[in-house]
Design a protein around this ligand. Structure first.
Ligand code: HPA
Length: 271
């Protein structure tokens, strides 16, 4: 695995004139527009990068974009890999490991999620303060690559406290509500049943989605500070649950997108 990561990173370094990104950004479903704020220097298709998985979801475009955001060097994953697409956890986490080798010092992650906390509303943003992993596995299972991190990484402070506080200040200055809460990862691809939403709320989750946790675990294993945020695209409380199709999720994500973009741009600028 280490060799695959090195080969992917070597290809990217050569294709980007050793661009050396400071920050990595993973954009979730319907949340790719941040890229419009990036002064693009290089754009690589996943398909051209050795060992890189290739995205199968139509709403994800599958590009690694290198450029300047608020004057800082970033690498943006436009489209990510989900467990429900059939990838292994190692594949889902692979790009994060490559980005770390390319030199990123922080990771920013976004996703579309269902709201479980009854105080939330559609299209609001929730900063992730902690997570519950209900995926049937994680990227650290198997022989530990000691070069990357420890066998038993600590998970008591996964989401960077300083960046969470900074985000709250940015949102307040910009005049929008920013929620905080616990994200639970479910395998998907089907959405959850009423009984499952009830269960997820009882065990302490504020939002549910199908991504983020594997990438975050791989990042924390390597000691990377992480900031992650959910866009609440549909409400999953008993009184507000209704049938959801992908278009509804994309529409709600589009409404929230300008706030998400502002937040990440400002966080990057202040990093
Ligand atoms: N579950 C429910 N609603 C959602 C999800 C999910 O995983 N993702 C976005 N909206």
């Amino acid at each position: 695995m280490i060799q695959s990561i090195q080969e992917a990173a070597a290809y990217i370094a050569q294709a980007t004139n050793s661009f050396a990104p400071e920050f990595g950004i993973i954009l979730g479903t319907g949340l790719g527009d941040l890229v419009n704020d990036v002064e693009v220097a290089h754009s690589l298709s996943y398909a051209d990068i050795p060992h890189f998985p290739v995205s199968t979801v139509e709403s994800h475009s599958g590009k690694l974009i290198f450029g300047l955001l608020a004057g800082r060097r970033v690498v943006v994953m436009q489209g990510r890999f989900h467990f429900y697409e059939g990838y292994t956890m190692q594949q889902v986490a692979f790009p994060v490991r490559v980005m770390k080798l390319l030199g990123i010092q922080k990771l920013f992650v976004s996703n579309a999620a269902g709201g479980l906390n009854p105080a939330f509303n559609m299209s609001e943003l929730m900063v992730i303060t902690d997570h519950i992993n209900l995926l049937p596995g994680n990227p650290l299972i198997g022989k530990n690559p000691d070069e990357l991190g420890p066998r038993f990484p600590d998970m008591s402070d996964v989401y960077d406290e300083h960046m969470i506080r900074e985000a709250m200040v940015i949102a307040e200055d910009a005049g929008f509500d920013l929620r905080e809460g616990v994200y639970v990862s479910a395998p998907g691809p089907m959405l959850e049943t009423r009984a499952e939403y009830n269960f997820l709320r009882i065990i302490g989750a504020d939002a549910v989605g199908m991504s983020t946790v594997p990438e975050v675990i791989a990042a924390r294993h390597m000691g990377l500070p992480v900031f992650a945020i959910s866009v609440i695209t549909d409400m999953c409380t008993p009184d507000r649950l209704k049938k959801v199709v992908l278009k509804d999720i994309l529409d709600a994500a589009a409404t929230a997108e300008p706030r998400l973009t502002l937040l990440i741009r400002e966080l990057v600028k202040r990093s």
